[in-house]
Design a protein around this ligand. Structure first.
Ligand code: HEM
Length: 403
């Protein structure tokens, strides 16, 4: 089968928007990804996305950020600060696990750290299953481990969450409670609209597992890279890095620059359902495989001046987000962009705009980390993930300044 690789910024953007290019990255990851939002296409994707999108309405995450996100970050960091050391992946996962569980609709009966860690281990396994295409381990072994994790997840977390929601939906149907009393999460939406969407409990299980891994892995990865990039910047240009540390809008730009340089998904893959011709003349024959090289397109010198350089203060064209294609585009554009990345601050915000600004979880995490005086542990350097061809840290030990 012919494979066509696109690595220019503009052609990747155009390819994302082609309705005749369907998702093809997760064929190998079916054990957790089959029938999930990210692999659906056409009308089926549109119907599912419309139902799930309602939870991600503009303003929801602004409210979350104002109401409790900072507390979640502070509470997650507290025991690590007290111990004087932490691993960035662990901080990232612990924070985002609670948030993605809320989004997915997975109840946390105890809310304990042990429970968060259990969810985190499951999400990591789901993530390994979803990105099977990049694994360097035996795929059959990975698949069996992922299936075992799905069974555990179902028993410990999903079934109790379903039971509680079904009871609420029954009361709602009987007029006992209002719509506003129903949880606003993916699981409730799927149970409520399951029939019209044609989803059974197996699909519901995989969709919730997919959400847990989609949100958590990418956010923890972005956080570890954002800190790593900032530490390196602080060593090269301490004054500029320190200015950014004190200004949340600049710190958000640091995160966007990291996302551009280290997108959690370095490639997207699509399959051509019909022949497609891109504006620049690239012909994509029907049936061919299309690799969207996100990491490459995010370093396109026609769009990003000095593309290899980490420069959070860089200028970018008005129609280009600072993160490039890190959140994808077109029909599968990341539904969690605002939760993870916030909303870009305008250049010179009015006090009202500054007040309304949504920083996003990764910036909140980085802000809290740097404010706590974290620095890489000189005796325990960060390690890359040996089981993935992707650019991920497996461990990133840091020390905190004495409190
Ligand atoms: C820094 C953090 C994140 C990054 C870099 C990221 C990146 C992406 C990318 C690149 C895609 C599109 C993949 C493709 O086209 O093949 C995507 C889709 C998606 N993301 Fe994210 N994501 C992040 C955080 C989140 C969070 C926090 C959630 C949920 C709580 C989430 C949920 C989703 C979902 C559900 C989709 C599928 C959308 C669809 O197919 O319609 N993501 N993400």
């Amino acid at each position: 089968m012919q494979t066509i690789t696109l690595d220019g910024y503009a052609e990747v953007r155009e390819a994302y928007r082609q309705h005749d290019l369907e998702q093809a990255l997760y064929d190998a990851g079916g054990v957790v990804m089959a029938d999930s939002l990210l692999v659906l296409h056409g009308a089926e994707h549109r119907r599912r996305r419309r139902v799930e999108n309602r939870l991600f309405r503009r303003g929801t995450f602004r409210y979350w950020e104002k109401a409790f996100l900072r507390d979640v970050v502070r509470d997650t960091l507290a025991p690590f600060r007290a111990a004087g050391r932490a691993d960035l992946l662990e901080i990232g996962y612990r924070t985002i696990m609670s948030l993605t569980a809320m989004v997915a609709g997975i109840d946390r009966p105890t809310g304990s750290d042990a429970e968060t860690d259990q969810l985190y281990r499951l999400a990591k396994k789901f993530s390994e299953g979803a990105t099977m295409v990049h694994t360097t381990r035996d795929p059959a072994v990975v698949r069996a481990e992922v299936q075992a994790a799905l069974d555990d997840f179902d028993r410990v977390f999903l079934q109790p969450s379903i039971t509680r929601r079904r009871a609420l939906l029954d009361r709602f149907a009987a007029g006992g409670i209002d719509e506003d009393d129903l949880p606003r999460d993916v699981l409730t939406a799927l149970l409520r609209h399951g029939e019209e969407l044609g989803v059974d409990e197996d699909v519901v299980r995989r969709e919730c597992a997919f959400y847990l891994q989609a949100g958590s892995h990418s956010t923890a990865d972005a956080f570890s890279h954002a800190a790593d990039d900032w530490f390196a910047w602080a060593a090269r240009d301490p004054d500029a890095a320190d200015r950014a540390r004190r200004d949340p809008a600049l710190l958000q730009r640091c995160v966007y620059e990291t996302l551009r340089l280290h997108p959690a998904s370095p490639v997207a893959q699509r399959r051509a359902l019909a022949p497609v011709t891109l504006r620049g003349g690239t012909e994509i024959p029907e049936g061919s495989f299309v690799v969207l090289d996100i990491a490459g397109a995010n370093r396109d010198p026609r769009v990003f001046d000095r593309p290899e350089e980490y420069d959070p203060l860089r200028e970018v064209p008005a129609d280009v987000p600072r993160w490039g294609h890190a959140f994808g585009g077109g029909m599968h554009a990341c539904i969690g962009t605002e939760l993870a990345g916030g909303v870009p601050a305008p250049a010179d915000p009015t006090p009202e705009q500054a007040h309304e600004q949504v920083l996003g979880t990764v910036t909140l995490l980085l802000d809290a980390l740097l404010t706590a005086g974290a620095r890489p542990d000189p005796d325990d350097p960060p390690r890359r993930d040996p089981h993935s061809a992707r650019d991920h840290f497996a461990a990133y030990p840091v020390l905190f300044a004495p409190g």
